[in-house]
Ligand binder design. Structure first.
Ligand SMILES: *Cc1c(COP(=O)(O)O)cnc(C)c1O
Length: 394
């Protein structure tokens, strides 16, 4: 008998007895051992549950996927290593050379890049149209359009897509409708129930909610497409790490509470900012002066979300003064964290557009986007009021 110290570790069983853990165990194992080839056959043929290799699937991804499936109202959703990997899996599973993708004209920056620069190299054409107007969107469809990709609420101007109109178009013409639901989350809208064929989430944002895990999720209405996305994610290595899934699960348990508190804060902060002399305009779908307020109400009920944008009077100097006067609000280009974050599209997400391109979207140097967190709203109001006052004297 060897006294190799590795043997007990390789053969261990959890000493559970009659007790069981209340929290989901974190299982980082890359490989899973099976008793014999017959057992492996049974597993691969779906006759018995089990895992073989973590890139193909692991318990922490499965637990999280089931939770997200319930939230989005889908089945067989696939966890990926990032939101972009989720879009990658959707594209790789559904498109081929010769196809065309019609995207919303205000998609997430990396999604725009994928459409404009990466897909054409694979022989997949793309173009963009305004998704707030289904008629104009319809005019941009081509005979070879295979997929429509829209975000429910756009970044950073928070326009609301005509999901109903576009879903009807997609259905009529047999085009796959993919909806990136990151900004709105299933708390506000479940796109599958509105006719979407594919729903994509950057779980990194509100769902995980603590700015400590990068993850994505994609689910399809058609189980065959869902299976194809799972295969694409496995083959292209887009699958997630157990630790990130474990962290996200922990975050997701408080998602609804965080979402509602952050949205309540956002509504109050939007009104507060709109009352400041140094603020030129506030964009929040829950406000009556938002161009898509009525549509947002129809689609989201009263859940207008935690994202708001505003513009201060003055240029870059005013913007610098604003951020410096708000040291307790992280100036960081992300969203969905429990803490409020502030981003400045002109110097980050939208810098590649150039001043002219930004002007066409109404994004000047004084334009900020806020991902409102769950802090006491009074502290946010006070801090931002100091920021606005500082911007006026810059
Ligand atoms: C962040 C984000 C993504 C990409 O997600 P990652 O997890 O960062 O890869 C996609 N779409 C939207 C709307 C996002 O905000």
């Amino acid at each position: 008998m060897s006294n190799d110290p590795h043997i007990p570790a390789r053969r261990r069983r959890w000493p559970e007895g009659g007790s069981r853990p209340v929290a989901t165990p974190l299982n980082p194992s890359v490989v899973y051992a099976t008793p014999d080839p017959d057992a492996l056959d049974a597993q691969y043929e779906g006759r018995s549950p089990g895992y073989s290799y973590a890139r193909e699937g692991h318990p922490n991804a499965d637990v999280l996927a089931q939770m997200l499936d319930r939230l989005e109202g889908g089945t067989g959703g696939v966890l990926t290593g990032s939101g972009m990997a989720a879009l990658g899996a959707a594209v790789l599973a559904s498109l081929r050379a010769g196809d065309h993708v019609l995207g919303g004209d205000q998609l997430y920056g990396r999604s725009l890049r994928m459409l404009a620069e990466d897909l054409p190299r694979l022989g997949i054409a793309s173009s963009l149209a305004d998704p707030t107007d289904a008629e104009r969107f319809a005019a941009a469809l081509r005979p070879e359009t295979r997929m429509i990709l829209v975000e429910t609420v756009s970044n950073p101007t928070l326009r609301v897509a005509d999901i109903a109109g576009i879903a009807e178009l997609a259905k009529e013409r047999g085009i796959l409708l993919a909806v990136d639901n990151t900004f709105t989350t299933p708390r506000a809208i479940r796109p599958l129930a509105h006719g979407a064929d594919i729903v994509i989430q950057s779980v990194t944002k509100l769902l995980a909610g603590h700015a400590d895990a990068t993850l994505g999720y994609v689910v399809a209405r058609d189980p065959l497409l869902g299976a194809a996305m799972r295969t694409a994610a496995t083959t292209w290595g887009l699958t997630p790490s157990p630790f990130d899934c474990w962290l996200a699960e922990r975050g997701l348990l408080s998602f609804e509470l965080r979402h509602d508190r952050a949205s309540e804060n956002a509504a109050r902060l939007a009104d507060h900012l709109a009352g400041q002399a140094g603020v030129a305009r506030v964009l929040y779908p829950g406000r009556a002066d938002h161009p898509d307020h009525a549509r947002a109400g129809e689609l989201f009920g009263c859940r207008f979300g935690n994202m708001l944008s505003f513009e201060i009077k003055g240029g870059r100097a005013a913007a610098n003064a604003f951020t410096r006067a708000c040291p307790n609000i992280a100036f960081a280009p992300t969203l969905g964290d429990i803490s409020t974050t502030l981003s400045h599209p002109a110097s980050s997400s939208h810098r590649a557009l150039g001043a002219e391109g930004r002007a066409a979207m109404g994004i000047g140097e004084g334009f900020f986007r806020v991902s409102v967190g769950i802090e006491p709203v009074e502290t946010l109001m006070e801090e931002m009021a100091r920021g606005v006052a500082a911007s006026l004297t810059a």
